[in-house]
Design a protein around this ligand. Structure first.
Ligand code: SF4
Ligand code: SF4
Length: 261
């Protein structure tokens, strides 16, 4: 497992934003302890991840999420990087985490709404999100260290929120252009080496899951492109449905410039 761990650490697709997004946590989760209104920054964040979820599944998780950035770039070097236990990835866990989170958030919002108009209202509202951010930071970091960097992401309520928004986008057929999934240019060129699976932070198996349209249709995929940059055959890229059914001339597994997407 040691060499695998090394491999996962070194072969990452790391745009600058993904690398340093964790700094936002210092601002909200720590700064918010002194200035609770900083927690209000989480509201536009939740809005943004809902919109992105609608358009492109869990893209936020793999590319913009400050916690994901913390797990991947701060904790990964010291993570034990074990297999994520099945119960953390189970539907029951995902369901429980989501409804527990929504219930707690709802209760606190109702309580704080009673102070609407008071001078302390914005501080109280902000503090709800500061505490949420802190809880995710501490729990997610513990899991990232003791289990695997993205263990928390297996059941994160905000990830589930994105999946629900994504399902809505699919149902309304409004995200066909924006929905870019891992796509294989030629299944016959796949060496079945399993490297795409080995490096996947979510423990997914792209090479075993390509559908008829050559796309990897798994809602847990955080679209991080780690599999694409590590495929030795260079046959993985990100395509939407329209491009996939087009000329077929667009596979650039473009490792050079972030052109994976
Ligand atoms: S890394 Fe590439 S060649 Fe290897 S199994 Fe995955 S898709 Fe196939
Ligand atoms: S399948 Fe590829 S893009 Fe999706 S989470 Fe795994 S490594 Fe990232």
């Amino acid at each position: 497992m040691g060499s695998n761990l090394h491999y996962i650490r070194k072969n990452r697709f790391s745009p600058r934003l993904r690398k340093y997004a964790w700094i936002f946590i210092l601002l909200v989760a720590l700064g918010g302890l002194w200035h609770p209104r900083l927690g209000l920054l989480v509201i536009p964040v939740m809005l943004a991840l809902g919109i992105l979820g609608f358009l492109n599944g869990k893209y936020w998780c793999g590319n913009l999420c400050p916690h994901g950035s913390l797990f991947d770039y701060v904790i990964m070097p010291v993570s034990r990087n074990k297999k994520i236990p099945g119960f953390l990835r189970s539907k029951a866990m995902v369901f429980f985490a989501f409804f527990w989170f929504m219930f707690m958030l709802g209760q606190r919002l109702i309580r704080v709404s009673a102070t609407f108009g008071a001078a302390s209202f914005l501080d109280s509202l902000g503090f709800i999100f500061v505490m949420n951010y802190l809880v995710v930071t501490v729990s997610g970091s513990a899991l990232a260290f003791y289990v695997r960097p993205r263990a928390w992401c297996s059941f994160c309520p905000m990830g589930t929120f994105q999946v629900l928004m994504y399902k809505l986008g699919k149902l309304l057929r409004l995200n066909r252009v924006t929905d870019k999934k891992v796509t294989v240019s030629a299944t016959e060129a796949c060496r079945k080496c399993g490297k795409c699976s080995l490096v996947c932070p979510m423990q997914l198996e792209p090479y075993r899951g390509f559908g008829d349209n050559n796309r990897f249709d798994n809602e847990m995929c955080i679209r991080c492109a780690t599999c694409a940059v590590n495929c030795p055959a260079g046959i993985l890229s990100f395509d939407n449905e329209r491009r996939q059914s087009g000329t077929g001339a667009l596979r650039a597994a473009s490792k050079n410039s972030g052109g994976i997407y």
